[in-house]
Write a protein that binds this ligand. Structure first.
Ligand code: ARG
Length: 470
């Protein structure tokens, strides 16, 4: 066999090349193949190949005719994939060799020339970066949708009072709008992390070839520009071997899911009949096969559980990369499943949460009733005494004694008469009444970042402006 006809893009004939004297065993073929999971890179692989071919042609490494044949072949392959007619073969190991082999069937010698000046090592790194870049853009949009949905939910509740908790015990009154905006902030930072990670994803490995570069007069910046990369990877060994960009993405995805899991936990708690702060629309809940009364918040519970998957994906990739010598090692083929799993999980979860946020009914009376329990305005009374001249530590003691008495009697601070309150401190006067109300408590926290309704409204305006500018 001549060099040009010996291989149709890999081990399609059973042996890898003339270097081998026997075909790979069936078991090894199955073990080493990635086509079952990397075929989702197909369109990125085609885009990368077309950009490479365009550059090869511009640099006179292949002819105009070759380039035209490659374009025609790739258009047909794209069509075959889109219509489900493309035959994926385990014999051709991975997405790259499946597509290249088919191209050779369609375009002949032009197809055989496509792999000039590149290797699957820089090819796969390029494909994964293209795929991840698009996934990050989707995720950024979904984070925006979710933030918007939460802002829309928060807006009518800028003044709705609920208990704020520390240690899951009633701490101080807050507004429900303020509480929701805490998550909007978290998801905002998640979006920033995604955008930052995208910068490092968006660099072109192609041209690094197997590891050392190529002897052909390639123009890497041209390929980078065609594919929308901001820059090239500047060291060929690094370009083909590191997967830090995927690890970074998984770390950002794990944090996003961590935030989702916190929100999930609260939704579950709030929806519990014992708390009853919210209801979640039936389309997001399921029943029990045995207990007819049940309406379970399955979506937030599953999301809380799926957070573990993404943490696992991150640890898989970190462990995969740890201790790998330069340059490419086959270990790196194992980057795909965890990365795809993290992408799928965070994408699906954000999509369903953005939708579910529009299906939440708020029950302000239940929130208010809960805020009235647990001495939520005790800190306000302490602050009041400080404003009347007492040192904070002393006022803390005064209020603690008052709370203790209330706890013994089974009443609230507001149930004490002025005379009774004055027994704890003569500084207490008639104006204390306003301080002890829930409305007075939240309204008094009117600085930037505080829970006062006016601050919640200001935050909503700021976030809306941010969202429409991005
Ligand atoms: N399927 C391989 C991967 O995902 C492509 C690169 C193969 N390179 C190699 N030297 N065997 O990493």
């Amino acid at each position: 066999m001549t060099a040009s006809s010996s291989s149709n893009g890999g081990n399609g004939g059973g042996t890898w090349s003339e270097r081998f004297s026997e075909p790979v065993s069936q078991l090894v073929k199955r073990y080493t193949a990635s086509v079952n999971f990397d075929q989702r890179l197909a369109l990125c692989d085609i885009d990368g190949s077309l950009a490479h071919a365009e550059m090869l042609c511009a640099q006179h490494i292949i002819t105009e005719q070759d380039y035209a044949d490659i374009r025609r072949g790739m258009a047909q392959i794209r069509e075959e994939i889109a219509t489900g007619q493309f035959t994926w073969s385990l014999d051709r190991e991975d997405v790259h060799m499946n597509i290249e082999s088919r191209l050779i069937e369609i375009a002949g010698d032009a197809g055989r020339r496509l792999h000039t000046g590149r290797s699957r090592n820089d090819q796969v790194a390029t494909d994964v970066r293209l795929y991840l870049r698009a996934a990050i853009d989707d995720i950024a949009n979904l984070l925006k949708e979710l933030r918007l949905a939460l802002v829309n939910l928060a807006e009518p509740h800028a003044a709705t009072i609920m208990p704020g908790f520390t240690h899951l015990q009633v701490a101080q009154p807050v507004t429900f709008g303020h509480h929701l905006l805490a998550y909007v902030e978290m998801f905002g930072r998640d979006a920033e992390r995604m955008a930052d990670c995208r910068k490092r994803v968006n660099r072109l490995p192609l041209g690094a070839a197997a590891l050392a570069g190529t002897t052909f007069p390639i123009d890497r910046m041209r390929v980078a520009k065609t594919l929308g990369f901001d820059d090239i990877c500047h060291n060929s060994l690094d370009a083909v071997s590191d997967r830090d960009f995927a690890i970074e993405f998984c770390a950002a995805a794990a944090l996003t899911m961590t935030h989702i899991s916190r929100l999930s936990e609260e939704l579950i708690l709030w929806m519990s009949p014992r708390v009853g702060f919210i209801d979640i629309a039936d389309r997001f809940c399921t029943g029990s096969s045995i207990m007819p009364q049940k309406k379970n918040p399955d979506v937030p519970e599953l999301a809380r559980g799926k957070t573990g998957r993404v943490n696992g994906d991150l640890i898989s990739l970190l462990t995969l990369m740890k201790g790998q010598p330069l340059a490419y090692n086959k270990d790196n083929q194992e980057d795909k499943e965890p990365l795809f799993d993290a992408i799928d999980t965070v994408t699906d979860t954000l999509r369903i949460f953005a939708d579910m946020a529009t299906g939440i009914t708020v029950k302000p009376e239940a929130m208010r009733a809960a805020a009235l329990q647990g001495y939520a305005t005790a800190t306000d009374l302490a602050d009041y005494l400080v404003k009347k001249g007492l040192a904070f530590r002393d006022s803390h003691g005064v209020v603690a004694r008052a709370v203790r008495i209330c706890a013994e009697r089974g009443c609230d601070l507001t149930d004490l008469t002025l005379a009774e309150l004055r027994e704890f401190s003569p500084l207490i006067e008639a104006d204390v009444a306003a301080v002890l109300t829930l409305e007075g408590s939240v309204a008094a926290r009117a600085h930037a970042g505080g829970t006062a309704p006016e601050q919640v409204k200001a935050s909503i305006a700021r976030i809306r402006a941010q969202l429409s500018a991005s």
